[in-house]
Design a protein around this ligand. Sequence first.
Ligand code: ZN
Length: 156
Amino acid sequence: MSEVTNTNDLKPSPRNNAWEEARLLARNIGLLVDNSRQITQDPRLSGCRLDTAYIGLPHLKAKAIALGRLLDLWNQGKWTETCPACGEKVYILGAGGGALSGRNGWWGVCGHCQGVLSGSREKFYQLYSEFAGGPAGPSHPGQIDLSDLLTELRAA
Ligand SMILES: [Zn+2]
């Protein structure tokens, strides 16, 4: 696998688990998107818990976003950006005060150059509006973790 130097790359944060998960997502985002129909139709898979997928507002508890909800948004052309490094699609994972961004803004991964990216806070309220007044995901998340889900998809 070639290492792409990406000036938008974030520095590893103290929350290394979040960083590792973002890297894992960046490498496998194409697999997830290709199997989005299978994932979103299966509550066990769509409830996959992601440490990096949540939306936060100052002074409020962060809302976790289940994988199935993210896939729905991505398939609707929402919660995406254009990668400044390669011009391909960035899949946004979360917004707010982030383990990956360390400030208000959004963070996500590029499926092409596999960069982990963050962006400005200007987009935050547009992203947040998808969740205002509605649930962010199933009430019983965490049925399967990401590495198990990827193993299942590869075996299918
Ligand atoms: Zn890219």
